[in-house]
Design a protein around this ligand. Structure first.
Ligand SMILES: [Zn+2]
Length: 374
């Protein structure tokens, strides 16, 4: 039986949304609703179709199903054979509340809307990822021991565990907008462009950003805001002169970290379009110190201290390609209440930037006078 042939007539069934309901019909039954190869379809679970089989008359007009009965969504390929091959790929996670299959990209269960967790954090905390990071951490600690800097290594880990935060660099105008109205939400580039509220970057840059985001995050790439892991509140001025240090409570459940800038990471590891990411280079908030130690451990020198390490964790280069950081990926945007404090990379290059920075300082002073960060 073909994967979608639920009524055993030798033809796959497909379905689509029409008039507020979900309708099913045989793959090659010309339906009035226009389900043709290339159209979207919804494939249904056999158990539910068995219950509803008596309703499946020719053309199947009028058989509405619940969304919970939907198993998979995609495009109808040009042949039934292709259809069967495509539907053979199964989702790899299940909702713990209702048992439905869910995609690794889902934040919410498509059937019951239960919270499945933040997909970037889930991806960084799979059993294989955690095990790979643990191995890399042990190797880095052994290497530090061999070089006589084990004490510095352990102190560095302790420092990152207790004193590191997420800092986002933004242009002065964006920081001013965020702080001046509590209704404003900071979101990333892809969401701004997707919503039509800003123009895309030049095509090559736009393609690069979307390719990198797509490779790391798939269909939720537009939900990610990028920042860095920082020990001293600094970030990367190549992304903006204003450093927004975020409150831990605002992001710690929804942030994941990557060993380095995501573009440089994919380039360095020569990750192909269709291929897995190397493992052990991502972390959650809880094990961010282990990840940072795998990167900074080999650079530690005897007698170095916290201020030395802060400058090694965030390296501000002449261009973005020369920067170095442990990149932070925050799922979804944040409001002004998420900002703990602000630092500046400089006084501003233009008169407009200087005015924006002056406004930001006034807004922060007012906030401090009113009781500080909520
Ligand atoms: Zn569910």
């Amino acid at each position: 039986m073909a994967a979608g042939d639920f009524d055993n007539d030798g033809l796959n069934e497909v379905a689509g949304v029409r008039g507020g309901g979900i309708y099913v019909h045989d793959f090659n039954t010309p339906p009035s609703s226009g389900f043709v190869p290339g159209a979207h379809f919804l494939q249904l679970r056999p158990c539910h179709l068995a219950v509803n089989r008596n309703n499946m008359t020719s053309g199947c007009d009028g058989m509405a199903l619940q969304t919970g009965q939907v198993e998979q969504m995609g495009s109808v390929p040009s042949t039934p054979a292709k259809n069967a091959a495509r539907t053979a790929a199964k989702p790899t996670m299940k909702c713990q509340d209702c048992g439905s299959d869910a995609s690794e990209s889902d934040r919410l269960c498509p059937t019951c809307q239960s919270d499945l967790g933040f997909p970037n954090v889930r991806a960084a905390t799979t059993r294989d990822e955690v095990a790979a990071l643990s191995r890399r951490f042990k190797d880095a600690r052994n290497e530090a021991d061999n070089r006589g800097v084990k004490a510095e290594f352990d102190l560095f880990v302790s420092e990152v565990r207790s004193k590191s935060h997420v800092v986002v660099a933004v242009p002065p105008l964006r920081a001013r907008d965020l702080l001046s109205d509590p209704r404003n939400i900071y979101v990333g580039y892809e969401k701004l462009v997707g919503s039509g509220s800003r123009k895309p970057a030049p095509l090559q840059d736009d393609c690069d950003r979307r390719a990198v985001g797509g490779k790391l995050f798939g269909s939720f790439a537009h939900e990610i805001c990028y920042g860095v892991l920082s020990l001293d509140g600094t970030s990367l001025p190549n992304y903006g002169l204003v450093f927004l240090k975020l409150r831990d409570v605002a992001i710690k459940r929804r942030v994941s970290f990557l060993y380095e800038n995501s573009y440089l990471f994919l380039k360095r590891h020569k990750v192909p379009v269709r291929g897995d990411l190397p493992q052990g280079y991502r972390s959650s908030w809880q094990n961010r110190a282990d990840l940072a130690a795998t990167k900074i451990g080999p650079m530690l020198v005897p007698g170095s201290n916290a201020s030395d390490w802060a400058r090694q964790v965030v390296v501000q280069g002449p261009t973005r390609s020369d920067d170095s950081c442990v990149e932070a990926h925050v799922f979804r945007g944040f409001d002004a209440n998420a900002v703990e404090n602000i630092a500046f990379a400089g006084p501003g290059a233009s008169r407009a930037e200087k005015v924006d920075i002056k406004c930001i300082n006034e807004l922060m002073a007012k906030r401090t006078a009113a009781g500080g960060t909520p």
